[in-house]
Design a protein around this ligand. Structure first.
Ligand SMILES: NC(=O)c1ccc[n+]([C@@H]2O[C@H](COP(=O)([O-])OP(=O)(O)OC[C@H]3O[C@@H](n4cnc5c(N)ncnc54)[C@H](OP(=O)(O)O)[C@@H]3O)[C@@H](O)[C@H]2O)c1
Length: 313
């Protein structure tokens, strides 16, 4: 692992499921942390847990840090945290490095990178593949866009989070790659859900079916780390919400449309995720698709039939 300079200060903005797990990994690696979150209680609690300084605004957090990491819901949240009146662009030090790890569009990243440059700072996009568990254990995969020398300066703040850091090209490349990776993740999630619904309906116990799927040619790290969520949906906390899955699939559709690429499988997955989250399930883990499909048969027998993508017709 890259050794961090002893005086390196890293700010983490956005202490949701992923940001909190990442901050814990960075603290374990011995880095000096500044934390900020829109809902201040979360920042106070994590600051006390980790011995981190709590900033009152994004501008203050960036002014205190050598490397500023953001892990936020979506493009709108990122714009607000960067460009708001106390936004981090108002506070970033000349020579500071800004790294966004959220899943957002390459366009937003390129626009923020231009503003960062005008403020004398550099921006990298470094979205992640993995989950809360892999964030907490420092085993995320990072997809980085931006200048190679900036990546080397940011590396001590990124290495504790990741076992695999890929530099993919200019700023925006990381976000483009992340959207491509998620095409596969949502395909896996929804195919796994269908396979479980079918095998259980055929009388095979869920756990046995899951063991076979894990050991089959379809087995993958995703199938491994989602085991608890698929086997015990009620007893396992949300790691990645249906709301965020819907957001990602919308970004994928818009990005593909802009490049004139047709993605029929991703379009079906967006339909299925929308059907699963309807009726107040937006906050549930995206493995809830399997639960949705388990009960889809009875809905079809009662009120109607299921059309493409699980949408009730
Ligand atoms: N969860 C995963 O497994 C996973 C895996 C890979 C990538 N990602 C990506 O990582 C990002 C974060 O995901 P998450 O699961 O950590 O989400 P989350 O738990 O919902 O946390 C979202 C964070 O964004 C903040 N936020 C939202 N809107 C804001 C605004 N307008 N201004 C300031 N802050 C705002 C929230 O602050 P409050 O506390 O004030 O609400 C919270 O800190 C997303 O882009 C997601 O797609 C997630």
């Amino acid at each position: 692992m890259t050794e961090a300079p002893p005086d390196l200060i890293v700010a983490v903005l956005g202490l949701g499921r992923m940001g909190t797990a990442m901050a814990r990994s960075l603290a374990r690696a011995g880095l000096s942390l500044v934390v900020w979150n829109r809902t201040r209680d979360r920042a106070e609690a994590l600051g006390a847990e980790l011995g981190a300084r709590v900033a009152t605004t994004p501008a203050e957090a960036a002014s205190l840090a050598d490397v500023t990491l953001t892990m936020l819901t979506d493009d709108a949240a990122l714009e607000q945290v960067y460009r708001g009146s106390d936004g981090l662009l108002a506070g970033v030090r000349p020579g500071g490095i800004l790294v966004d790890l959220s899943t957002v569009t390459p366009e937003t990243i390129r626009s923020l990178a231009a503003s960062a440059k005008a403020a004398g700072a550099a921006l990298l996009d470094a979205p992640v593949s993995g989950s809360t568990a892999t964030a907490e254990t420092g085993q995320l995969t990072l997809m980085v866009g931006g200048d190679a020398t900036d990546l080397e300066r940011a590396r001590p703040a990124l290495a504790p989070l990741s076992t695999a850091i890929f530099h993919l090209g200019p700023v925006g490349s990381g976000s483009a790659m992340k959207l491509a990776v998620n095409i596969v993740i949502f395909g896996l999630n929804n195919a796994l859900s269908e396979a479980l619904a079918l095998s259980e309906a055929a009388g095979i116990p869920r756990e046995h079916a899951y063991d076979v799927l894990s050991a089959s040619a379809a087995g993958s790290p995703f199938v491994g780390y989602k085991r608890a969520a698929f086997l015990d949906p009620e007893g396992t906390p949300t790691a990645f919400s249906l709301r965020l899955a819907e957001k990602d699939l919308r970004l994928i559709a818009a990005f593909a449309a802009g490049l004139a690429i047709s993605l029929p499988q991703a379009a079906v997955n967006l339909d299925l995720i929308r059907s699963a989250q309807a009726g107040g399930n937006e906050g549930r883990d995206f493995s809830f698709v399997a639960e949705y499909l388990r009960t889809a048969g009875s809905r079809a027998n009662g009120t109607g039939s299921l059309g493409p993508g699980g949408r009730e017709t």
